[in-house]
Ligand binder design. Sequence first.
Ligand code: HEM
Length: 423
Amino acid sequence: MGTPGTGTVTEPGPPADLADPLFWRQPAPARAAAFAELRRRPGPVFFGDPTAKGPGRGFHALVRHADVVEASRTPAVFLSGPGVTTPEPARWVRLLFGDSMVNLDDPRHAQLRRIVSKAFTPRLLARAEDDIRRVAGRLVDQVVEQRPTDFVTAVAAELPFQVICNMMGIPEEPRRAILDQVNHASEHTGVARPLRSRIRIPGRGLRALARMQGMVAELGRERRRRPTDDLVSALVTADVDGRRLTGRELGAFFSLLLVAGVETTRNALAHGLHLLTAHPEQRALLLGDLDRHLGGAVDEIVRHSTPIIQFRRTLATDHELGGPGGTLLRAGEKVVLFFGSANRDEAVFTDPDAFDITRSPNPHLGFGGGGPHYCLGAHLARQEMKVLYRELFTRLPEVHSLGEPELIPSNFDHRVRALRFGY
Ligand code: HEM
C-alpha cells in the first residue's frame, strides 16, 4: 500500500480473508488493521468464489461508513428477506426467527414494525425506565451482598434480560431456563466454529426455544382476552390496517427481542466497564460529572465496541454503489455491512481508535446505518446502559474490570463470555 503524500504507488497485496473463520480468531488489533487496509482500497472487496452458485458464493464487504449508510437506507435494492446473517443460518434458526422483522422487507416489514413501534410508546419506555432503575438497584445490592466475580453473569446479562421479561410480562418461573437457551442459541449464531459443532445445535436447544415461543403465544392469547398494561397486551391489541400480530409472530418477536436486545446490551455493558477501566482519564472525566458525560460515554462505548459486527443484504437489482460510476453490484449478489469497520472510518471519525467520551458529533453505526431496520431498541439500550452505570459508579465508585474480557470468537457479535471485576 502506497503511503499518502510520498508519491509511491504500490499495488496492495491480497486482503485478509473475511470469509475465513480463522480470520475471526485473530486478535482484535490484527483484525482492525485488516479493516483499515480494506477501507483504503478504492471499492468493496469481494470474498468467496464468484464463479460458484448458491448461498456459499460469497459477498462484497462494505467497510466504509458511507457505503454502510447507503446500503442501509436503500432497502428497495438491499434486501433483508433472503437473510441477514453470514454464514447462512441453520434451518432451525430460520424456523424460529424466519417470521421476525429482521428478515423481512416491505410491505410486511413496515406493517410489522408499525405494530411493534406502536407498542414501544414513550409511556411504555418511561415505565421501563422505572423498572430498569429497580432491576439495576437490585443487581448492585446483590453485588454488595454476594461478592460475585464475573460481571457478565452477575450484572451485564441479567439487567437487559430481566427488563425485557418484565416488559413482556413473562412470569418468574421459566426465566432461568429461557436465559440458558438464549445464551446457547446466540453462542451459535454466526460463530466461527467447526461445522460439526454447528450441526449439533438443534435438539434440546431447539425444543426449549420452541417451547418458549409456545408459552409466549399462549400469553398473547390470554392478553387478547384480558389485556393488561404490559408489552404483550399492546402487541396483540395494536391494530394497524386491520392487522394484529399472530401468536406465531409474537413468539418470533420475543425470540428476536431476547437475542437482539439481551445479548447486545450485555456485551456493550461489559465492554464499557472494561473500556472505562483501561482508560482511567476517561473514567475520571465521567465520574467527575455523570450528568454531563453519561450520554456521550454510552454512545462512545457502542461505537468503540460495536456489539453487532455485521449484517448482510442481498441485491434486488443492479446498483452502482456510491452513485453513477461507482462500484457496480449485480442483482442477486450479497453485501455484508461491517458496522465495526464503519465505526472506525477515518473519513468520519478523528483518531477513530481513541476512546473519547466527549466525541461530538458521534455519528456511529452501532445501532445500524439508518433506514427501516434501524435498531428498534436503541433508546431502550441507551436507557439501560445509562441507568446501570449511574447506579454502579455512584454506589461502587471503585468498580473496575480485572484483566482482559474473555471473548467468544465470532463474525457476528463482539460477545463477552466473562469479565472478572473488582469493587
Ligand atoms: C447496545 C445494544 C444494542 C445494539 C448495539 C443493537 C444493534 C442493532 C443493530 C446493528 C441492528 C440492525 C440495524 C440494521 O440492520 O440497520 C439492530 C436491530 C434491531 N434491534 Fe438492536 N441493538 C441493541 C439493543 C437492542 C434492544 C435493547 C432491543 C430490544 C428492544 C433491540 C431490538 C432490535 C430489533 C427488534 C431489531 C430489528 C429491527 C428491524 O429489523 O426492523 N436492540 N440492533
